[in-house]
Design a protein around this ligand. Sequence first.
Ligand code: ADP
Ligand code: ASP
Ligand code: MG
Length: 400
Amino acid sequence: MLVVQKYGGTSVGDLERIESVAKRVSKAKEAGNDIVVVVSAMSGETNKLVGYAEHFSQTPSAREMDILLSSGERVTSALLAIALTEMGHPAMAMTGRQAGIYTDEVHTKARINSIDNRAMKEALDKGKIVILAGFQGITESGSVTTLGRGGSDLSAVAVAGALDADLCEIYTDVDGIYTTDPRIEPKAKKIEKISYDEMLEFASLGAKVLQNRSVELAKKLNVNLVTRSSFNDNEGTLITKEENIMEQPIVSGIAVDKNQARITLRGVSDKPGIAAEIFKTLAQNNINVDMIIQNVGEDSSTNLGFTVPENELERAKEIMLQLNASENLEFDRDIAKVSIVGVGMKSHSGVASRAFETLAAENINIEMISTSEIKISMVVAEKYSELAVRALHSAYEMDQ
Ligand code: ADP
Ligand code: ASP
Ligand code: MG
């Protein structure tokens, strides 16, 4: 079998952890498999590097950020390769460039365009274990890029696809996908199997256990994806096609995203073209706008509110200030988005009203709402978001 194993930040958080990962990889190799390992930076390392850059600038150049941030993964890939080789399993560390991971030019959130798998194949053919520095690639013109936060998951799935691997295992600090973040609700239950679509919603709505684009790609390439813990041998969660899952609950889980900020524009004159201009400019600058509400204020002018990822707020702010007078703008970092996810919602009514009642009973004000076939998202004050998660988790009887 060809197995891709990805180890996240906590799994390679210090030298002891890297040693224990090396042992796990050795075991899989000794069982007769070909192994490609994808590693993250040591936990906290990427944030530390972001902090260093912010010491000098609130809006550092994205190109320079990529050179900076990609370094964390290089460290762990080299260390793990050294440790494995020392254990008698020759291993070869590779950067994104060396492994042939080609991306577009969108620095700090590049997309993978293609993978030239020859270098990895050659190393595997020689019996070596390939240790890929995750989260990074290279543009056609030779610039280093990174794939967005949590992007080592994407590296792993993309490589599993490019090498036609039999299995892609994502090792982390929880032993699978739970009905909600077990750090917020200890009563959360492990899910045995979850569909790509639900997992994609879950990940896009803040369950950072898997990066959303990695799930999207796994679905597209039909990669057998399993999340499990590097701290024990428990069975993990299989992410698979919907038809492979027998029983679908109405609500599968609750996600929360605290990395959200809101921009409100007051007193917009009520005429065509205003929203188009704002959202076009934001899109041109690669800012992801999520929930949008517009309501009529007094004197036929309107208020426009929308959310952006908190780490894009500074750039969004600059753009909005260029387009609008500052006295009409408001920025709010202290919000969070709480979401209920479940494919079973497609065929059930009353799911949303129960959510609204539950939050009302806790005196939590819902500031924005958006829905799709399989999710309901609500913006609430960040300080109440964990309470909201626990209340909803219990209201939909997920702790039973
Ligand atoms: P890694 O460093 O291995 O990439 P992450 O920190 O990115 O790990 O993701 C693992 C974390 O995701 C867990 O520690 C957990 O707190 C969080 N998490 C959020 N939602 C969920 C969920 N529904 N199921 C499991 N873990 C979740
Ligand atoms: N180290 C990067 C991050 O913290 C990528 C990853 O861990 O997947 O976002
Ligand atoms: Mg992660």
